[in-house]
Unconditional design. Structure first.
Length: 392
């Protein structure tokens, strides 16, 4: 597993006398390194970095000082500097073990650099860093190549390039099985299943989710098993296998209740409610949605609450109780606006517009559809724009 563990190394390599630091320089470097380690352990990277820099300058013969400096630069998010440091100093340490350690650190620098870009939603920028980490890990640390491959799969999933995501997850699974890492294997199976799901390859998604469920069950990891059961339920629901979907969701919810996983329970109640709505049983759906609402509030998930309020509105719409539907839609919209959930706001605006149309309040319906269209243009959803323009 990749980590940022700092080395407290007091040894130095023996170099020619002309490059050998003095005893005082060595002693001072040891002290500075120890101070840097202390600061680093407290996550005070800005304090640790200059200590490691000075230690490496005073005694350039100690590889550990270079490694520690690179790790501290990572902690500060100064990835470009860490990369340059490692690439520059690699030739100074020709021994195979030293070369391996420095290259591993270079792989980690690239990996965490990519990860930091992902948190800023810069998927395009993250890709070359994960590729660079993969190239190194395949050579010096093949077991960790699975982490790089998983990240590449995840990044392509985020970019909606699902075939590419599947390509990398398949490679990751080969490595994970070779090095016997069942927990990460189950994660990769789930992620590959999600990519297949997005491509409407439901049979493949179902099989992958089931393989993940078996691993989670055997580990055991009940929370993750419940997630797999929910995923299986979603596939069944989307393929009109409603009885199976309800069974899987109920199995998931039993585990979530046992674990007191209120967030998971709320999601599952929402999912089961959706199935009953598809079965033309909106009253049952509403009862389940109403059970989810206090759970969303308990875990302070306002967007989950808004989604469930919108679902309740949809079910009342299906029952022909349009004023009650409007009430719930109007309770969902302010939350979605507050939390800048553009997709949710657009969806709720369209549902609310559809309800006003049924009541022949065309002015209100048009205003809501125009609002939805503006959002769809803002987020760049051409399919949704076409549908909304058609409604207008």
């Amino acid at each position: 597993m990749k980590s940022l563990t700092v080395l407290l190394c007091l040894l130095c390599l023996i170099l020619p006398a002309s490059a050998e630091p003095t005893a005082d320089e060595k002693a001072r470097a040891v002290t500075l390194n120890q101070e840097g380690v202390t600061a680093y352990a407290a996550s005070h990277y800005a304090q640790a970095t200059p200590q490691f820099q000075e230690a490496a300058k005073l005694d350039p013969t100690v590889e550990a000082y270079v490694l520690n400096l690179a790790k501290s630069l990572q902690g500060e998010g100064r990835f470009a500097e860490g990369k340059m440091l490692l690439e520059t100093r690699l030739p100074d340490f020709p021994l195979p073990d030293d070369q391996k350690e420095l290259r591993i650190e270079l792989a980690d620098t690239q990996f965490f650099w990519g990860d930091s870009l992902l948190t800023r939603r810069d998927t395009e920028g993250a890709l070359p860093h994960f590729q660079a980490a993969l190239a190194i890990d395949r050579d010096v640390r093949p077991g960790d190549a699975a982490f790089d491959l998983n990240k590449l799969g995840y990044t392509y999933n985020e970019m909606s390039q699902f075939e590419s995501a599947i390509h990398y997850y398949e490679q990751a699974l080969v490595v994970l099985r070779e090095f016997k890492n069942p927990e990460i294997e189950a994660q990769a199976l789930t992620a590959k299943g999600l990519a297949c799901y997005h491509l409407s390859r439901y049979a493949e998604a179902f099989e992958l989710y089931e393989q993940a469920r078996v691993i989670w069950h055997n580990l055991p990891n009940p929370a993750s098993e419940a997630t797999s059961l929910s995923n299986l339920g979603s596939v069944c629901g989307d393929t009109s296998r409603y009885t199976e979907a309800i069974s899987y969701f109920k199995q998931a919810m039993a585990i979530q209740i046992q674990l007191k996983d209120r967030l998971g329970e709320a999601r599952t109640l929402n999912n089961v409610g959706s199935v009953y709505d598809h079965l033309s049983q909106p009253a049952t759906a509403i009862r389940l949605y109403q059970q989810a609402l206090p759970l969303w509030r308990k875990v302070k998930d306002r967007l989950g609450e808004a989604a469930t309020l919108g679902n309740i509105g949809l079910s009342y719409n299906h029952m022909g109780q349009y004023l009650r539907a409007i009430d719930f839609y109007q309770r969902a919209l302010p939350i979605q606006r507050e939390f800048k959930d553009k997709t949710g706001e657009s969806r709720t605006s369209i549902n609310l517009a559809t309800t006003w149309l049924r009541l022949k309040r065309y002015d209100r319906a048009i205003a809501l559809l125009e609002n939805a269209l503006a959002i769809e243009r803002e987020i760049g959803d051409p399919d949704a724009q076409a549908a909304t323009l058609n409604n207008l």
